[in-house]
Design a binder for this molecule. Structure first.
Ligand SMILES: Cc1cc2nc3c(=O)[nH]c(=O)nc-3n(C[C@H](O)[C@H](O)[C@H](O)COP(=O)(O)OP(=O)(O)OC[C@H]3O[C@@H](n4cnc5c(N)ncnc54)[C@H](O)[C@@H]3O)c2cc1C
Length: 462
């Protein structure tokens, strides 16, 4: 990295926005999965859109590549530099406006999701995106990975929750598309190019986000089911008998047991050794009649043998307890040894077939492999981890072959190898196997058109 670039960035950003201090930089180089740390000559942390634009312009002029980073909770390594300039958006943390008439909230890229949820609630509105990393993940990172989480079944992913964006382009110009319009048919929907682009096409500096009325009625139920097929039957009942389905999550036996074993204070809402637990959240404008409808749905599931146990959380504390088990599922199986963590989606109807075929294929590759399956079954997204057999040699774990087996199984069912985490660097090598040549050509053409010098996150995605 040139000394001239160093001097220009240091002068433009000042001591609060620029550092080479290894101690300050270290946490930015280590990801949640604990992969080997990254490397960077310096950390640039601009505090305004103009400063972000200056950083990008100076880097582009110097031919230096940039890795953008928000909360560093990404699970596919796209936010970890390997020699690039590390551009942290964490200091861009203002909520610029909250408008309950427009039902729109404008937040800068570095605002943490939990803060956006709070600001919406203060205006008697809901921002519905919700995921286990919401205390650290930022709006810029959530947009760049098109994050999903538990409420997609009712509200959609970040793509559906975004009205407008402000983006710094690869040459340092600022694209102001920060509108709060529900309707705008004036050509290509440019904001969508940057959502899910993992920082490869532009640096998102602010977003206008959709707000919703705050539901006054909420209920959370847990049910034990004997098979994945029955989990889908339960989903159908929960959806159609209540009209209020907001989340439908499942956990298989293996991940329930590992989470109970490895996470302090984790408790199962229902005792027993059933194969799947479903966690079902309901929301309605008013609390009136909601519980009754949920009870009718659960009674039907029990009477027809779809579920063999069911319980409704009786207090907010109990609801938090139910959610805690699900939210700790990733942390719960992380200590169990060598593993691969897939984030697949298939059409909802094919979840049981995926579990069957992927499980059989994984067992053929690695007899005794432990299979963790949990996640957002209501929208077809299963977090699927394959973990070394108990007591096996971690060095002999056939990670690549297992990953291929699981991804092939999803692909064969019309699924995706990345439902909500993105491709980053860890799945980049697999993309050509599952994306068509035409799709890859178009992605490369977009990258070349928007970032001809390859300044923005050049090792990620494409
Ligand atoms: C315990 C746990 C649970 C999780 N659960 C879910 C879940 O349920 N659903 C889900 O979708 N994800 C989940 N994630 C993944 C993660 O939280 C999301 O990917 C999140 O969107 C990343 O946000 P971040 O601010 O941490 O971004 P980072 O990790 O910092 O970056 C992610 C990507 O976005 C790019 N980027 C960051 N900021 C910008 C910007 N301003 N402009 C352009 N590019 C940028 C980075 O270069 C990188 O490629 C989970 C993660 C953890 C650790």
């Amino acid at each position: 990295m040139s000394a001239a670039l160093y001097e220009r960035l240091a002068a433009r950003l000042g001591p609060k926005g620029f550092t080479t201090d290894a101690q300050i930089i270290a946490p930015h180089l280590q990801d949640w999965r604990g992969r080997p740390p990254g490397a960077t000559p310096f950390l640039a942390a601009p505090a305004s859109t103009e400063e972000v634009a200056a950083v990008v312009r100076l880097c582009a002029e110097a031919g230096a590549a940039i890795t953008p980073q928000g909360g560093n909770t990404g699970l596919v390594g796209g936010q970890i530099p390997q020699g690039e300039v590390l551009l942290s958006l964490k200091r861009m943390n203002a909520i610029r406006s909250v408008d309950p008439v427009d039902d729109a909230l404008v937040a800068e890229a570095g605002v943490v999701l939990a803060r956006v949820q709070e600001a919406a609630a203060e205006a008697d509105r809901l921002f519905p995106l919700s995921l286990a990393s919401e205390g650290s993940a930022t709006i810029g990172g959530l947009l760049s990975t098109n994050a999903g989480g538990v409420h997609v079944v009712r509200y959609g992913m970040m793509r559906e929750l975004t009205l407008g964006l402000e983006v710094v382009l690869a040459d340092g110009r600022i694209l102001d598309a920060l509108k709060s319009l529900r309707k705008d048919n004036t050509g290509y929907d440019l904001k969508q190019l940057f959502i899910g682009a993992e920082g490869t096409l532009g640096i998102i500096t602010a977003a206008s986000l959709k707000l919703f009325p705050r539901p006054r009625g909420r209920a959370l139920a847990a049910a034990s089911v004997t098979s994945a097929e029955n989990a889908l039957r339960l989903l159908e009942i929960a959806k159609t008998r209540t009209g209020a389905l907001a989340a439908f999550e499942i956990m298989n036996r293996c991940v329930i047991d590992m989470t109970l074993k490895n996470v302090r204070n984790a408790r199962a809402p229902i005792a027993g050794t059933f194969p799947y637990l479903a966690l079902i959240e309901f929301e309605a404008a008013s609390a009136e009649g909601l519980r009754e409808r949920v009870e009718i749905a659960l009674a039907e599931a029990l009477e027809t043998g779809i579920a063999d146990g069911a319980v409704i959380a009786e207090s907010e504390g109990q609801a938090k307890d139910f959610w805690f088990l699900r939210e700790m599922a990733s942390a719960g199986h992380k200590p169990e040894g060598a593993q691969i963590n897939c984030d697949i989606s298939v059409p909802v109807s094919r979840i049981p077939r995926f579990l069957e075929t992927a499980g059989a294929a994984a067992e053929r590759v690695c007899p005794g492999v432990r299979i963790v399956a949990f996640g957002h079954a209501g929208d077809g997204n299963i977090h699927y981890s394959l973990i070394q057999p108990e007591g096996a040699d971690a060095a002999a774990f056939p990670a690549a072959a297992l990953s291929e087996a699981a991804h092939d199984a999803a692909h064969a069912l019309g699924g995706s190898i990345s439902a909500e985490h993105g491709i980053g660097v860890s799945r980049k090598g697999e993309l050509p196997r599952y994306k068509s040549g035409e799709a890859l050509d178009l992605m490369r053409a977009l990258k070349t058109a928007l970032d001809p010098k390859g300044v923005l996150n050049p090792r990620a995605l494409i």
